[in-house]
Ligand binder design. Structure first.
Ligand code: ANZ
Length: 931
C-alpha cells in the first residue's frame, strides 16, 4: 500500500514556495486586505517546543484560508530579540549577546519553516537590529518631545507648550503632568535658567526622567518591573529584590488611561482580557477631601475616597508609611515605634502589601486630624495597607464601610461609626448630633451612587474638597541598567537631558569589555569608551523589553523604509491587525503598552487608527506530561510507583523520553546520568502490584507546565521527523479548542498520521497515482459539500479541532464510497490545504497543476447537495388516504413518528380527535388510528 512520503513532499513543497515567492505580499493590491499577526517570539536558546507553534498554526490556517478566498494577506514574523537570557548567557560565557541571538534566530526560523508556516520572511524584523531600533529610538524621541493636552485629548509637540509658557506661563495649561508640577508665570519662565526650565518641562514630557520607587535587584544589577518580581525575589534567577528611590526614565502612559479604557469598547477581544485591562487601568470616581491637622496649621492631609458619602463614619486616618507628613507630625512619644514601622514597610513590595489581607499592622503617630464637618479630633495612624503611589497616599478610614479599615479598627480598638448616622457603634450612643443633621440633609433615602454624587456636590459647596477621577494605572519605568537593549537617544549637556538629532540615529550599542555594571554600580554602557555626543555624556541605561514590541506590527507594513517608521500610504492600506494571536500572559504588559504607543503615533499624525489589534485570540497553553521516579531516601535505590508507600521516598522528574506508557526503560535511565549508572530498582508485578524481581518499574505522571527543568519537553522537530509536519499541524489543532489549556499527549498522534495516509491512498491504486475523470454521483457530492460547509463555518469560528474531525469523517466516507474522482478529490485537498499544506501541495502537483495550491481558490459549497433527502408520505387515517406530507426519507421510526406528529397538517387533523395508534414506515407511509 502506498505510504505518504512526507519528507520528500515537504522538501518539494518548500522548494516550490521559495522559488515562486508564494508567500511574499505586495503593499498594493485591488484585493481586500487581511492582516494576520502572531506575537513574535523571543528566540531562546532552547528552541521551540510543541507548545509554541499552537497559535502559529492556527493563525497560519486563517492566513491560508483568507488568501484562498481572495484577500491580500499580510502574515509576517519576526523576533523580539533583546532580552535578559541572552545577556545572562553573555555574562557567563563572555560571548556577545548578538552572536547567540543570531544563532537562536536562525534555529527558530528553521523550526518555523519546517512546520510550513506561510510567513512572508522578506518582511521579517528583529528588534535588536540597528535598522529596526533606529525607529524605536525615533519614537522615544517623539515621546520625549511631546506633552498631553487634556483639552483636545491629544499628544502635542513640546514646542506648542513652550510658546504657551512664554506667553502666559503654565497657569492656563490643561495638561496631563506630574503631581508636583509648580505653577509659574510667563515672567518666571523668562527668568528661569535653562536647568530650571528643563526641570519644569520634565513634568510634561511623555517620556521623562523622575525619581521613582523601583524594584532594585542587586544581583542582576537592574531595576525590575512589578511583574518580574515574585514574593520579593526576581522571577528570573530568584535573587532578592529591594525597594529603592532612583532617577529613572518613565513613560507617561497614565495620560492615556481614559482612552485606553474607552478603546476597549470597539475591540473583539475576550471578556477576560478586557476585564484584566479595565482592572489594571482601574478607574475610580470619588473625591479629594482635605483634613486639617491639629497643632500643625500649615499642614493638612488630603485623602482620596470613592465613598465621600461615608464621611461621617470616619473614625481615624491612615497615611502610607512613606507619606511626606509622617516624620513631621509624629509626636516624640511615638517616634521610635513609627520609625521602626516605616523601616519595616519600606522593603515590602506594593504587590505584597496589597495582597496581604490577613495580617494587620500599623502605628499611631500621636497626632490628630480635625474632621472637616464635625470638627472632632481623629487619630492619625500609619499602615502599609495604604499605598504611597495611589491617590494621595492617605485615607479617611471608615470601619463601618470598608473591610480593611474594619479589621484595623478591631485590631487596635478604634471606634466604629455607623456610616449614615455617624453614631458610635462601639458604645451604642449617638455621639454626634450634628453629623446626623448635616448627613440626613443630603443623604437620607438615596441609593449609594446618588448619595456619592450628592456628597461630592455638598463637599465642593462647603469648600472642603472636590470631585476626582482616579486611575490605578501608573507611569511605566522605562530604564533598564542592562546592556542588551536599545540605547536611549539622550545625552546630557551640563546635566540637562537632550535628545540626539535624528540624523545620528541609530545610536548603536557600543562594545564593552564586560556585560556587567561598573565598579561604581553604573550600568554596563558606562564601560564603553567615548560614550559621548560632541563631548557630552550619553545616557547609560537601555530600554526595557517591551519597547521594541510596542510598534513592530507597523514596521512589517514597510520593513525596509529608511525615511519613516512606515509610509502613511501603507499603514493606511494595511490598517489595523485583523487577527492577532498570542498568549494571554501579555494582557496587561505588551497589549497595553502597544495600544498606548499606537494611540500616541495616531495623535502625532503618523498613522490613521488608534487601536492596533481589532480581534485577539489567545491560544491556551500546551502543558507537559511529566513523569516521576521514586528514590529511596539516603540510598541509590528506586522503588516502583505501586510500592512507594513501603519506603520513605523523594520523587524526581525523569525525562519523558525514557518512559513509555508509564513504564520506565531502566537501561536508558541508567545511561541517562552518571549518578544512576549503579542504581538499584525495586520492581512491581504489573497485575498484583506486589514486589516482583521480574516486574516493571512504573512511573507516575502529572500535567505541568512544559519546561526543560521538568524534563517533559516535546520537540516539534522529533514529531516532524517521525510523522511529518502536516501530522504535527493537524494534531496540535486536534488536541482541543484553541483557547483551552491542554496537555500534550502523544498517544493520539498515530490516528492523525493514519488519516493523512488514507488521504494519500484515495489518490493511489497500489503505488500508482490514479484519479478518475468521471462525474461524481450524488452521494459523493453530498459528502464533499457537507464537509466544505462545516469546515468553512468552523474556520470562521476559530474552531479548528472540529475541522480536523470533519476531514477524518469525510475521508472515511470517500473511502467507503471508493471515490477517486478528480471532481471530488481536487476541491477536497483545496479545503484541507490550510491545515495540511505539504501533502495537499504534493497531490495538487500530481494532479497536474503548476502553481502552488496556496494560490488556488477556496472551494465553495452548493446548497442543493445539502438538502436532506425527502419523501412525500401518504397519510392515512383509519385506512383512508387523507393527504401527503414532505418528510425525510432516511430517518428511524422514532424520529419519523415525532416529525409526523409535529407536522402542521397532522396536528390539525388530530386536534379534535383522539389518537389511538400510530404506525409509520420510513420512506413509505404514515398510518393513524383515531376515534
Ligand atoms: C473612605 C471609604 C469608605 C473608602 C468606604 C472605601 C469604602 P479604589 O476603588 O481602589 O479606587 N484608598 C484611597 N487611597 C488609598 C491608598 N493610597 N492605599 C490604599 N487604599 C486607598 O479604592 C479607593 C478607596 O480605597 C478609597 O475610598 C479609600 O478608602 C481607599 F466605605 O475612603 B475609601
Amino acid at each position: 500500500m502506498a505510504e505518504y512520503p512526507f519528507s520528500l513532499a515537504e522538501k518539494t513543497a518548500r522548494d516550490l514556495w521559495e522559488k515562486n515567492k508564494v508567500y511574499e505580499t505586495k503593499n498594493t493590491s485591488s484585493k481586500p486586505k487581511y492582516y494576520v499577526l502572531d506575537m513574535f517570539p523571543y528566540p531562546s536558546g532552547a528552541g521551540l517546543h510543541v507548545g509554541h507553534p499552537l497559535g502559529y498554526i492556527a493563525s497560519d490556517i486563517v492566513s491560508r484560508y483568507k488568501r484562498m478566498q481572495g484577500f491580500n494577506v499580510l502574515h509576517p514574523m519576526g523576533f523580539d530579540a533583546f532580552g535578559l537570557p541572552a545577556e545572562q548567557y553573555a555574562i557567563q560565557t563572555g560571548q556577545h549577546p548578538e552572536l547567540t541571538t543570531k544563532q537562536n534566530i536562525s534555529r527558530y526560523k528553521e523550526q518555523l519553516d519546517a512546520i510550513g508556516l506561510s510567513f512572508d520572511w522578506s518582511r521579517a524584523v528583529e528588534t535588536s537590529d540597528p535598522s529596526y531600533y533606529r525607529w524605536t529610538q525615533w519614537i522615544f524621541k517623539r515621546l520625549f518631545e511631546s506633552w498631553y493636552d487634556k483639552s483636545s485629548d491629544l499628544a502635542k509637540p513640546l514646542a506648542s507648550l513652550i510658546l504657551e509658557f512664554e506667553s502666559s506661563g503654565n497657569l492656563k495649561v490643561n495638561a496631563h503632568c506630574s503631581e508636583e508640577t509648580p505653577s509659574f508665570s510667563a515672567q518666571d519662565w523668562k527668568e528661569a535658567s535653562e536647568m530650571l526650565r528643563s526641570e519644569w518641562l520634565m513634568h510634561y514630557r511623555l517620556a521623562y526622567q523622575a525619581e521613582a520607587r523601583v524594584n532594585w535587584c542587586p544581583a542582576l544589577g537592574t531595576v525590575l518591573a512589578n511583574d518580574e518580581v515574585k514574593d520579593g525575589l526576581s522571577e528570573r534567577g530568584g535573587y532578592p529584590v529591594e525597594i529603592r528611590m532612583m532617577r529613572q526614565w518613565m513613560m507617561r502612559i497614565s495620560a492615556y488611561s481614559q482612552r485606553l479604557l474607552d478603546g476597549l469598547g470597539e475591540l473583539d477581544w475576550s471578556d477576560a482580557i478586557k476585564e484584566q485591562q479595565r482592572n489594571w487601568i482601574g478607574r475610580s470616581e470619588g473625591a479629594l477631601i482635605r483634613f486639617a491637622v491639629q497643632n500643625f496649621e500649615e499642614s493638612s492631609i488630603e485623602v482620596f475616597t470613592t465613598r465621600p458619602d461615608t464621611i461621617f463614619g470616619v473614625s481615624f486616618m491612615v497615611l502610607a508609611p512613606e507619606h511626606d507628613l509622617v516624620s513631621k507630625i509624629t509626636s516624640d512619644a511615638y517616634r521610635a515605634e513609627v520609625n521602626a514601622y516605616v523601616v519595616k514597610a519600606k522593603n515590602r513590595s506594593e504587590r505584597d502589601r496589597m495582597a496581604d489581607v490577613k495580617s494587620v499592622s500599623g502605628a499611631f503617630t500621636g497626632a490628630y486630624a480635625i474632621h472637616p464637618l464635625t470638627k472632632e479630633p481623629i487619630p492619625i495612624w500609619i499602615a502599609d495597607y495604604v499605598l504611597a503611589g495611589y491617590g494621595t497616599g492617605a485615607v479617611m478610614a471608615v470601619p463601618g464601610g470598608d473591610e480593611r479599615d474594619w479589621r484595623f479598627a478591631k485590631h487596635f480598638g478604634l471606634p466604629i461609626y455607623d456610616v449614615i448616622e455617624g453614631s458610635d457603634l462601639t458604645n451604642g450612643a449617638n455621639s454626634n448630633k450634628d453629623a446626623k443633621i448635616i448627613n440626613s440633609d443630603f443623604l437620607n433615602g438615596l441609593k449609594a451612587t446618588d448619595a456619592i454624587v450628592k456628597a461630592i456636590e455638598a463637599i465642593e459647596q462647603k469648600g472642603i474638597g472636590k470631585g476626582r477621577v482616579q486611575f490605578r494605572l501608573r507611569d511605566a519605568i522605562f530604564s533598564r541598567q542592562r546592556y542588551w537593549g536599545e540605547p536611549l537617544p539622550i545625552y546630557f549637556e551640563n546635566g540637562i537631558a537632550k535628545a540626539l538629532p535624528d540624523d545620528v540615529l541609530p545610536l548603536t550599542l557600543p562594545q564593552v569589555d564586560k556585560y556587567l555594571p561598573t565598579a561604581e554600580g553604573e550600568p554596563p554602557l558606562a564601560r564603553a569608551e567615548n560614550w559621548q555626543f560632541n563631548g557630552h555624556p550619553i545616557e547609560t541605561t537601555t530600554m526595557p523589553g517591551w519597547a521594541g514590541s510596542s510598534w513592530y506590527f507597523l514596521r512589517y507594513m514597510d520593513p525596509k523604509n529608511q525615511e519613516v517608521i512606515a509610509r502613511r500610504e501603507y499603514t493606511d492600506y494595511w490598517n489595523q491587525v485583523d487577527l492577532y494571536v498570542g498568549g494571554s500572559e501579555h494582557a496587561t504588559g505588551h497589549l497595553l503598552y502597544s495600544r498606548f504607543w499606537n494611540h500616541f503615533l495616531f495623535d502625532i499624525g503618523f498613522i490613521g487608527f488608534k487601536e492596533p489589534f481589532k480581534k485577539l485570540v489567545n491560544q491556551g497553553m500546551i502543558q507537559g506530561k511529566s513523569n516521576f521516579v521514586f528514590r529511596v531516601e539516603g540510598e541509590n535505590k528506586f522503588v516502583s510507583a505501586g510500592l512507594r508507600q513501603l519506603y520513605k521516598t523523594t520523587s524526581i522528574h525523569v525525562d519523558v523520553n525514557l518512559v513509555k506508557n508509564e513504564v520506565l526503560n531502566i537501561e536508558s535511565f541508567k545511561n541517562w546520568r552518571e549518578e544512576f549508572r549503579t542504581s538499584e530498582f525495586i520492581l512491581e508485578n504489573p497485575e498484583t502490584r506486589e514486589i516482583d524481581v521480574n516486574g516493571i518499574y512504573r512511573c507516575t505522571t502529572e500535567v505541568e507546565k512544559m519546561s526543560k527543568s521538568k524534563w517533559n519537553v516535546v520537540n516539534p522537530d522529533d514529531i516532524i521527523e517521525q510523522y511529518g509536519a502536516d501530522t504535527l499541524r493537524l494534531y496540535e489543532m486536534f488536541l482541543g479548542p484553541i483557547e483551552d489549556a491542554k496537555p500534550w499527549d502523544t498517544s493520539g498522534i498515530e490516528g492523525v498520521f493514519r488519516f493523512l495516509n488514507k488521504t494519500w491512498r484515495l489518490f493511489h491504486e497500489g503505488e500508482e497515482f490514479k484519479v478518475s475523470d468521471e462525474n461524481p454521483n450524488e452521494a459523493e457530492l453530498k459528502v464533499l459539500h457537507r464537509t466544505i460547509r462545516k469546515v468553512q463555518d468552523d474556520i470562521e469560528r476559530f474552531s479548528f479541532n472540529t475541522c480536523v474531525s470533519a476531514f477524518m469523517i469525510c475521508v472515511n466516507e470517500l473511502q467507503s464510497l471508493k471515490c477517486n474522482k478528480r471532481k471530488v478529490l481536487e476541491p477536497f485537498i483545496r479545503l484541507l490545504s490550510p491545515f495540511a499544506p505539504f501533502i495537499t501541495e504534493q497531490l495538487w502537483q500530481k494532479l497536474g497543476h503548476n502553481e502552488s495550491i496556496a494560490t488556488a481558490s477556496f472551494p465553495t459549497w452548493d446548497e442543493k447537495y445539502l438538502l436532506e433527502d425527502t419523501y412525500s408520505y401518504p397519510v392515512q387515517e383509519n385506512g383512508k388516504m387523507r393527504f401527503t406530507i414532505e418528510l425525510p426519507k432516511n430517518v428511524d421510526k422514532v424520529e419519523l413518528e415525532k416529525l409526523a406528529l409535529n407536522h402542521e397538517k397532522v396536528a390539525q387533523l388530530l386536534s379534535s380527535k383522539t389518537l389511538n395508534k400510530l404506525v409509520v414506515v420510513p420512506g413509505r407511509i404514515v398510518n393513524l388510528v383515531t376515534s
